[in-house]
Write a protein that binds this ligand. Sequence first.
Ligand SMILES: C[S@@+](CC[C@H](N)C(=O)[O-])C[C@H]1O[C@@H](n2cnc3c(N)ncnc32)[C@H](O)[C@@H]1O
Length: 231
Amino acid sequence: MNEHTLSRRLERVAANVPVGARLADIGSDHGYLPVAMMRRGLIAAAVAGEVAATPFHAAQRTVRDNGLEKSITVRLADGLAAIEVGDGITAISICGMGGETIRDILDNGKAHLAGHERLILQPNGGEQPLRHWLMHNGYRILTEELLQENRFYYEIIVAERAEPVTYTDEELYFGPLQLQARSPEFLAKWQRMLRQKHKTLASLEQAKQWVPEDKVQEIARQARWIAQLLA
Ligand SMILES: C[S@@+](CC[C@H](N)C(=O)[O-])C[C@H]1O[C@@H](n2cnc3c(N)ncnc32)[C@H](O)[C@@H]1O
């Protein structure tokens, strides 16, 4: 992957960024997503935010090598602190991190959100707590995508501020739109997850150390939901 050829995962993220957006890519690493989108003329401007020095310098290098310093600003900052009011950001991508980390970035950075930005989120696991945060902070899920790359399943969640919406526990767990659509990838993912839950429950049963009962009950509840879904 580089700024010319994105991974399939980041291509799908790019496809959910509105054309002409002013994009903030938080946790940009090498800055491939904003640089590729700018090279293709798909966005008007971008901020690439990075909390760590090495990827921050890598993003600066990618922007410089492509002569895009005027349209892409690289900032060393924690989460949404990379966004300044004058940037006029209209879309925020946060990709390739755990769902809880993305949730914490959004929660800690609320002061930097104007409220009209489209969020394009690609969590690696932890989708349930992320959807929970979106629901409790006035976001509606507009699109959900599930794709498989290199044996891993990736979810892309696109959300915007809207009228309050209530999702059930199952919708928060599986994804409200994916639950409706029940695509073949979705069913294959949950077949695999059900096998994993059963393995985990079996090993917890045999575990020598004490395991909190509520933890076991939570996994058992999830396994029941998945079994019902696949029934
Ligand atoms: C696995 S990389 C993902 C890179 C790219 N977004 C992608 O999806 O391919 C995660 C990046 O997020 C950065 N990161 C983690 N927490 C962050 C935070 N609070 N603020 C900004 N960047 C963060 C890390 O330094 C790392 O470069």
